[in-house]
Design a protein around this ligand. Structure first.
Ligand SMILES: Nc1ncnc2c1ncn2[C@@H]1O[C@H](COP(=O)(O)OP(=O)(O)O)[C@@H](O)[C@H]1O
Ligand SMILES: [Mg+2]
Length: 289
Protein backbone atom coordinates (compact mmCIF):
# COMPACT_ATOMS: atom_id res chain seq x y z
CA UNK A 1 0.00 0.00 0.00
CA UNK A 2 1.33 3.39 -0.86
CA UNK A 3 1.67 6.18 1.70
CA UNK A 4 -0.59 8.32 -0.49
CA UNK A 5 -3.37 5.79 -0.16
CA UNK A 6 -2.87 5.66 3.58
CA UNK A 7 -3.01 9.39 3.83
CA UNK A 8 -6.11 9.48 1.68
CA UNK A 9 -7.61 6.85 3.99
CA UNK A 10 -6.77 8.89 7.06
CA UNK A 11 -8.34 11.98 5.51
CA UNK A 12 -11.50 10.10 4.54
CA UNK A 13 -11.65 8.76 8.06
CA UNK A 14 -11.23 12.21 9.63
CA UNK A 15 -13.97 13.57 7.35
CA UNK A 16 -16.21 10.67 8.31
CA UNK A 17 -15.64 11.23 12.01
CA UNK A 18 -16.42 14.88 11.50
CA UNK A 19 -19.71 13.95 9.83
CA UNK A 20 -20.57 11.57 12.64
CA UNK A 21 -19.77 14.23 15.21
CA UNK A 22 -21.91 16.89 13.53
CA UNK A 23 -24.80 14.74 12.30
CA UNK A 24 -24.78 12.35 15.23
CA UNK A 25 -25.30 9.45 12.84
CA UNK A 26 -23.25 7.38 10.41
CA UNK A 27 -22.80 8.75 6.91
CA UNK A 28 -25.32 6.31 5.50
CA UNK A 29 -22.93 3.93 3.73
CA UNK A 30 -22.14 0.47 5.01
CA UNK A 31 -21.65 -0.30 8.65
CA UNK A 32 -20.71 2.80 10.59
CA UNK A 33 -17.26 2.49 12.13
CA UNK A 34 -17.05 3.33 15.78
CA UNK A 35 -14.55 6.05 16.52
CA UNK A 36 -11.00 4.72 16.64
CA UNK A 37 -11.82 1.43 14.97
CA UNK A 38 -8.82 0.22 13.03
CA UNK A 39 -9.17 -0.93 9.42
CA UNK A 40 -7.12 -4.00 8.47
CA UNK A 41 -8.71 -4.82 5.12
CA UNK A 42 -5.55 -3.78 3.25
CA UNK A 43 -3.56 -6.40 5.15
CA UNK A 44 -1.27 -3.94 6.89
CA UNK A 45 -1.13 -3.87 10.69
CA UNK A 46 1.65 -1.35 11.16
CA UNK A 47 3.34 1.00 8.77
CA UNK A 48 6.33 3.22 9.50
CA UNK A 49 7.69 5.48 6.81
CA UNK A 50 10.88 7.53 7.07
CA UNK A 51 10.66 7.92 10.82
CA UNK A 52 13.43 10.04 12.28
CA UNK A 53 14.02 10.75 15.97
CA UNK A 54 16.87 12.93 17.20
CA UNK A 55 18.14 13.36 20.71
CA UNK A 56 20.37 16.44 20.86
CA UNK A 57 21.26 16.05 17.21
CA UNK A 58 21.94 12.30 17.47
CA UNK A 59 19.60 10.29 15.27
CA UNK A 60 18.28 7.36 17.28
CA UNK A 61 16.00 6.58 14.31
CA UNK A 62 17.14 7.60 10.86
CA UNK A 63 14.49 7.38 8.13
CA UNK A 64 13.21 4.08 9.46
CA UNK A 65 10.61 2.39 7.26
CA UNK A 66 8.89 -0.84 8.18
CA UNK A 67 5.66 -2.69 7.35
CA UNK A 68 4.12 -5.40 9.51
CA UNK A 69 1.26 -7.39 8.01
CA UNK A 70 -1.93 -8.35 9.78
CA UNK A 71 -1.37 -11.46 11.87
CA UNK A 72 2.37 -11.42 11.23
CA UNK A 73 4.96 -12.27 13.86
CA UNK A 74 8.05 -10.18 13.14
CA UNK A 75 11.28 -10.41 15.06
CA UNK A 76 13.51 -7.37 15.18
CA UNK A 77 17.15 -7.83 16.05
CA UNK A 78 20.11 -5.49 16.18
CA UNK A 79 22.93 -4.28 18.42
CA UNK A 80 22.38 -2.23 21.56
CA UNK A 81 21.62 1.35 20.66
CA UNK A 82 20.23 0.41 17.23
CA UNK A 83 16.95 2.19 18.03
CA UNK A 84 14.71 -0.81 18.72
CA UNK A 85 13.19 0.57 21.91
CA UNK A 86 12.95 4.07 20.42
CA UNK A 87 10.97 2.55 17.54
CA UNK A 88 8.49 1.10 20.04
CA UNK A 89 8.38 4.46 21.83
CA UNK A 90 7.31 6.10 18.56
CA UNK A 91 4.59 3.54 17.89
CA UNK A 92 3.16 3.84 21.38
CA UNK A 93 3.26 7.64 21.61
CA UNK A 94 5.97 7.84 24.24
CA UNK A 95 8.29 9.65 21.84
CA UNK A 96 7.27 12.00 19.03
CA UNK A 97 9.35 11.58 15.88
CA UNK A 98 10.82 14.66 14.22
CA UNK A 99 9.46 13.45 10.91
CA UNK A 100 7.89 10.43 9.24
CA UNK A 101 4.64 8.53 9.37
CA UNK A 102 3.35 5.89 11.76
CA UNK A 103 0.06 4.20 10.83
CA UNK A 104 -1.89 1.49 12.61
CA UNK A 105 -3.94 -0.45 10.06
CA UNK A 106 -4.66 1.61 6.99
CA UNK A 107 -6.54 4.38 8.72
CA UNK A 108 -5.16 5.31 12.13
CA UNK A 109 -2.42 7.91 12.20
CA UNK A 110 -0.71 7.10 15.49
CA UNK A 111 1.20 10.37 15.48
CA UNK A 112 -2.10 12.14 16.11
CA UNK A 113 -2.88 10.11 19.22
CA UNK A 114 -1.47 10.20 22.75
CA UNK A 115 -0.30 7.14 24.70
CA UNK A 116 -3.63 6.17 26.31
CA UNK A 117 -5.49 6.65 23.02
CA UNK A 118 -2.97 4.43 21.21
CA UNK A 119 -3.47 1.70 23.79
CA UNK A 120 -7.22 2.17 23.43
CA UNK A 121 -7.23 1.58 19.65
CA UNK A 122 -5.49 -1.77 20.21
CA UNK A 123 -1.74 -1.38 20.47
CA UNK A 124 -0.37 -3.23 23.50
CA UNK A 125 3.19 -2.96 24.72
CA UNK A 126 5.22 -5.07 27.03
CA UNK A 127 8.26 -3.40 28.55
CA UNK A 128 11.41 -5.25 29.50
CA UNK A 129 10.73 -5.18 33.22
CA UNK A 130 7.48 -6.81 34.35
CA UNK A 131 5.12 -4.36 36.01
CA UNK A 132 2.52 -6.56 37.66
CA UNK A 133 0.70 -5.60 40.86
CA UNK A 134 2.82 -7.58 43.30
CA UNK A 135 0.28 -7.46 46.14
CA UNK A 136 -2.61 -8.82 44.08
CA UNK A 137 -3.21 -12.38 43.01
CA UNK A 138 -2.55 -13.56 39.48
CA UNK A 139 -6.31 -13.69 38.89
CA UNK A 140 -6.85 -10.16 40.21
CA UNK A 141 -4.06 -8.81 38.03
CA UNK A 142 -5.79 -10.20 34.95
CA UNK A 143 -9.22 -9.11 36.14
CA UNK A 144 -8.05 -5.52 36.44
CA UNK A 145 -7.05 -5.48 32.82
CA UNK A 146 -10.21 -6.89 31.25
CA UNK A 147 -11.44 -4.32 28.83
CA UNK A 148 -14.54 -2.65 30.16
CA UNK A 149 -15.65 0.75 31.27
CA UNK A 150 -15.85 0.00 34.95
CA UNK A 151 -13.52 1.72 37.33
CA UNK A 152 -10.71 -0.22 38.95
CA UNK A 153 -12.75 -0.44 42.10
CA UNK A 154 -15.83 -1.82 40.38
CA UNK A 155 -13.55 -4.18 38.49
CA UNK A 156 -12.26 -5.60 41.72
CA UNK A 157 -15.42 -5.87 43.73
CA UNK A 158 -18.29 -6.39 41.34
CA UNK A 159 -19.06 -9.75 39.84
CA UNK A 160 -17.57 -10.86 36.58
CA UNK A 161 -19.92 -12.07 33.87
CA UNK A 162 -19.75 -15.72 32.81
CA UNK A 163 -18.16 -14.62 29.59
CA UNK A 164 -15.46 -12.68 31.43
CA UNK A 165 -14.78 -15.63 33.71
CA UNK A 166 -14.39 -17.88 30.67
CA UNK A 167 -12.00 -15.43 29.13
CA UNK A 168 -9.89 -15.25 32.29
CA UNK A 169 -9.80 -19.05 32.44
CA UNK A 170 -8.59 -19.22 28.85
CA UNK A 171 -5.97 -16.57 29.51
CA UNK A 172 -4.69 -18.37 32.59
CA UNK A 173 -4.30 -21.57 30.59
CA UNK A 174 -2.60 -19.73 27.73
CA UNK A 175 0.03 -18.14 29.97
CA UNK A 176 0.62 -21.36 31.93
CA UNK A 177 -0.61 -19.90 35.22
CA UNK A 178 -3.83 -21.83 35.80
CA UNK A 179 -2.46 -23.47 38.94
CA UNK A 180 -1.14 -20.14 40.23
CA UNK A 181 -4.40 -18.16 39.81
CA UNK A 182 -4.80 -17.44 43.53
CA UNK A 183 -1.11 -16.91 44.17
CA UNK A 184 0.19 -13.47 45.07
CA UNK A 185 1.87 -12.12 41.96
CA UNK A 186 4.92 -10.99 43.93
CA UNK A 187 5.71 -14.64 44.66
CA UNK A 188 5.92 -15.71 41.03
CA UNK A 189 9.22 -16.46 39.30
CA UNK A 190 10.60 -13.82 36.95
CA UNK A 191 9.42 -15.79 33.92
CA UNK A 192 5.93 -16.25 35.38
CA UNK A 193 5.69 -12.52 36.03
CA UNK A 194 6.54 -11.90 32.39
CA UNK A 195 3.78 -14.29 31.34
CA UNK A 196 1.34 -12.62 33.69
CA UNK A 197 2.13 -9.29 32.16
CA UNK A 198 1.57 -10.71 28.70
CA UNK A 199 -1.76 -12.06 29.96
CA UNK A 200 -2.63 -8.60 31.30
CA UNK A 201 -1.96 -7.17 27.86
CA UNK A 202 -4.03 -9.87 26.18
CA UNK A 203 -6.94 -9.20 28.54
CA UNK A 204 -7.29 -5.85 26.79
CA UNK A 205 -7.64 -7.47 23.34
CA UNK A 206 -4.79 -5.71 21.57
CA UNK A 207 -4.60 -6.17 17.79
CA UNK A 208 -0.89 -5.37 17.74
CA UNK A 209 1.52 -6.48 20.44
CA UNK A 210 4.95 -4.96 20.90
CA UNK A 211 7.31 -7.03 23.01
CA UNK A 212 10.69 -5.62 24.00
CA UNK A 213 13.17 -8.35 24.98
CA UNK A 214 10.43 -10.57 26.46
CA UNK A 215 12.68 -13.49 27.40
CA UNK A 216 15.50 -11.54 29.02
CA UNK A 217 16.27 -13.24 32.34
CA UNK A 218 14.14 -16.30 31.61
CA UNK A 219 15.32 -19.88 32.00
CA UNK A 220 15.70 -21.97 28.83
CA UNK A 221 12.47 -23.78 29.53
CA UNK A 222 10.57 -20.53 30.16
CA UNK A 223 12.02 -19.12 26.95
CA UNK A 224 10.81 -22.11 24.98
CA UNK A 225 7.34 -21.87 26.46
CA UNK A 226 7.23 -18.18 25.68
CA UNK A 227 8.01 -18.92 22.04
CA UNK A 228 5.16 -21.46 22.01
CA UNK A 229 2.85 -18.82 23.48
CA UNK A 230 3.77 -16.25 20.83
CA UNK A 231 3.30 -18.81 18.07
CA UNK A 232 -0.20 -19.43 19.43
CA UNK A 233 -0.93 -15.69 19.30
CA UNK A 234 0.36 -15.30 15.76
CA UNK A 235 -2.48 -14.88 13.31
CA UNK A 236 -4.99 -13.60 15.83
CA UNK A 237 -2.66 -10.74 16.70
CA UNK A 238 0.17 -9.01 14.92
CA UNK A 239 3.36 -9.24 16.97
CA UNK A 240 6.59 -7.28 16.90
CA UNK A 241 9.24 -8.97 19.03
CA UNK A 242 12.59 -7.38 19.82
CA UNK A 243 15.04 -9.98 21.07
CA UNK A 244 18.75 -10.82 21.23
CA UNK A 245 18.30 -14.52 22.00
CA UNK A 246 18.91 -16.14 18.59
CA UNK A 247 17.65 -19.54 19.67
CA UNK A 248 14.37 -17.89 20.62
CA UNK A 249 14.24 -15.95 17.34
CA UNK A 250 14.94 -19.18 15.47
CA UNK A 251 12.08 -20.92 17.25
CA UNK A 252 9.72 -18.02 16.49
CA UNK A 253 10.61 -17.71 12.81
CA UNK A 254 10.31 -21.46 12.16
CA UNK A 255 12.79 -21.21 9.32
CA UNK A 256 10.36 -19.33 7.09
CA UNK A 257 9.48 -15.92 8.56
CA UNK A 258 11.56 -12.87 7.91
CA UNK A 259 13.42 -10.92 10.54
CA UNK A 260 14.44 -7.28 10.44
CA UNK A 261 17.91 -6.15 11.47
CA UNK A 262 18.09 -2.62 12.81
CA UNK A 263 21.33 -0.68 12.93
CA UNK A 264 21.91 3.01 13.61
CA UNK A 265 18.22 3.76 13.42
CA UNK A 266 17.46 2.17 10.04
CA UNK A 267 16.85 -1.25 8.55
CA UNK A 268 20.21 -2.84 7.77
CA UNK A 269 18.82 -6.12 6.43
CA UNK A 270 15.58 -8.03 6.20
CA UNK A 271 15.11 -11.69 5.35
CA UNK A 272 15.21 -15.21 6.72
CA UNK A 273 17.24 -15.56 9.89
CA UNK A 274 19.64 -17.94 8.15
CA UNK A 275 20.20 -15.36 5.41
CA UNK A 276 20.74 -12.34 7.64
CA UNK A 277 23.03 -14.41 9.87
CA UNK A 278 25.27 -14.87 6.84
CA UNK A 279 24.97 -11.28 5.71
CA UNK A 280 28.41 -9.67 5.97
CA UNK A 281 27.14 -6.29 7.13
CA UNK A 282 25.03 -7.93 9.82
CA UNK A 283 27.88 -10.10 11.04
CA UNK A 284 30.13 -7.07 11.20
CA UNK A 285 27.86 -4.79 13.23
CA UNK A 286 26.02 -7.33 15.33
CA UNK A 287 26.46 -11.06 15.30
CA UNK A 288 30.21 -11.20 14.86
CA UNK A 289 31.02 -9.28 17.98
N1 LIG B 1 15.49 9.69 25.84
C1 LIG B 1 16.68 9.64 25.24
N2 LIG B 1 17.53 10.68 25.29
C2 LIG B 1 18.73 10.62 24.65
N3 LIG B 1 19.16 9.56 23.98
C3 LIG B 1 18.38 8.49 23.90
C4 LIG B 1 17.08 8.46 24.52
N4 LIG B 1 16.52 7.26 24.26
C5 LIG B 1 17.38 6.57 23.52
N5 LIG B 1 18.51 7.30 23.31
C6 LIG B 1 19.66 6.88 22.51
O1 LIG B 1 19.17 6.43 21.26
C7 LIG B 1 19.90 5.29 20.83
C8 LIG B 1 18.93 4.15 20.59
O2 LIG B 1 18.48 3.67 21.84
P1 LIG B 1 17.45 2.48 21.98
O3 LIG B 1 16.28 2.76 21.13
O4 LIG B 1 17.23 2.30 23.43
O5 LIG B 1 18.28 1.27 21.37
P2 LIG B 1 18.03 -0.31 21.50
O6 LIG B 1 16.71 -0.54 22.14
O7 LIG B 1 18.11 -0.82 20.09
O8 LIG B 1 19.17 -0.83 22.32
C9 LIG B 1 20.93 5.01 21.89
O9 LIG B 1 22.16 5.58 21.48
C10 LIG B 1 20.39 5.70 23.11
O10 LIG B 1 21.42 6.12 23.96
MG1 LIG C 1 16.16 -1.56 23.89
Amino acid sequence: MTPDLMEAGAKARAAYEQRVATAGKGGGFGRPLSAGEVVFTQGVALYLQDVTVSFDGFKALNNLSLTINVGELRCIIGPNGAGKTTMMDCITGKTRPDSGKVFFGSNIDLLRLNEPAIAQVGVGRKFQKPTVYEQLSVFENLELNLRNDRSVRAGLFSRLSGEQLDKLGELLALIHLKDEAQRTAGLLSHGQKQWLEIGMLLAQDPKLLLLDEPVAGMTDEETERTAELFLTLEGQHSLVVVEHDMKFVDQLTEGRKKVTVLHEGSVLAEGLLSDVQNNEKVVEVYLGR
